[in-house]
Write a protein that binds this ligand. Structure first.
Ligand code: ZN
Ligand code: ZN
Length: 228
């Protein structure tokens, strides 16, 4: 049975712990009219289900021309190679998480924590700096560098007729010196996300928040990690 969650018109969750595979972070699909864009790709083991979920929406997985990897953890990037090999999907990520994604430093991917043998991919588009805006299909994707969880963590947002949709994966952490987490940077990043005043927050593991819930969710974590 296929399972998806509709966030708003043309934006869906197509993978995640209850949608594809228990180890998967949420995988979001954006219908950018002339192509499809994925935000993250899950751990890889649930890819058949993710493809099935995309088909259930009336879309073709082969139309996934672009995947934005929000950071280099295995539960978000393990499936990248499947998309690239099968459909030639192009991978976009920040330069500060490149070493993990491209297989130069496996510890950064946390793959051993998940017992997964990571198959690296080369990036097609390497983002740098604080703000990037990329046009994919017919849509503008704004990308904000939000380091903390990892040095190259990014948050993506798009403005739709129904409001601002923010893909803020792994806001909640966890944090570890083995992948260079930085709590000072993280707090600064969370304030940047609050300033976006998003209408929808698509989180990496916690699911989807709307309106005022978003501020409560992020501020809750800021309080929890106020002194670490
Ligand atoms: Zn994650
Ligand atoms: Zn992570």
């Amino acid at each position: 049975m296929s399972k998806t969650i509709t966030i708003c018109d043309g934006i869906y969750a197509v993978g995640g712990p209850n949608l594809s595979r228990s180890e998967d972070a949420y995988v979001y699909l954006v219908d950018a009219k002339s192509c499809l864009v994925l935000i993250d790709a899950g751990v890889g083991y649930g890819n058949d289900k993710i493809e099935k979920n995309i088909r259930s929406l009336g879309s073709e997985p082969a139309q996934v021309w672009h995947i934005i990897a929000t950071h280099c953890h295995i539960d978000h990037i393990g499936g990248l190679h499947l998309w690239r090999d099968k459909y030639g999907s192009k991978i976009i990520a920040h330069e500060l998480d490149r070493a993990g994604i491209e297989g130069k430093n496996n510890e950064l991917t946390a793959a051993s924590m998940y017992g997964v043998d990571y198959r690296p991919v080369m990036l097609d588009t390497i983002l740098s700096g604080e703000h990037n805006q990329i046009r994919l299909g017919e849509m503008e994707f704004k990308v904000l560098h939000t380091p903390g969880h990892t040095p190259g963590s990014i948050s993506v947002y798009i403005d739709t007729p129904e409001g601002r949709v923010l893909f803020g994966q792994d806001i909640h952490g966890p944090f570890s010196p083995s992948w260079d987490s930085d709590m000072v940077e993280w707090r600064r990043s969370m304030r940047k996300l609050l300033d976006l005043e998003a209408d929808f927050l698509c989180e990496g593991h916690a699911g989807i928040y709307r309106g005022e819930e978003i501020r409560e969710y992020i501020e809750g974590y800021l309080r929890r990690y106020s002194s670490s």
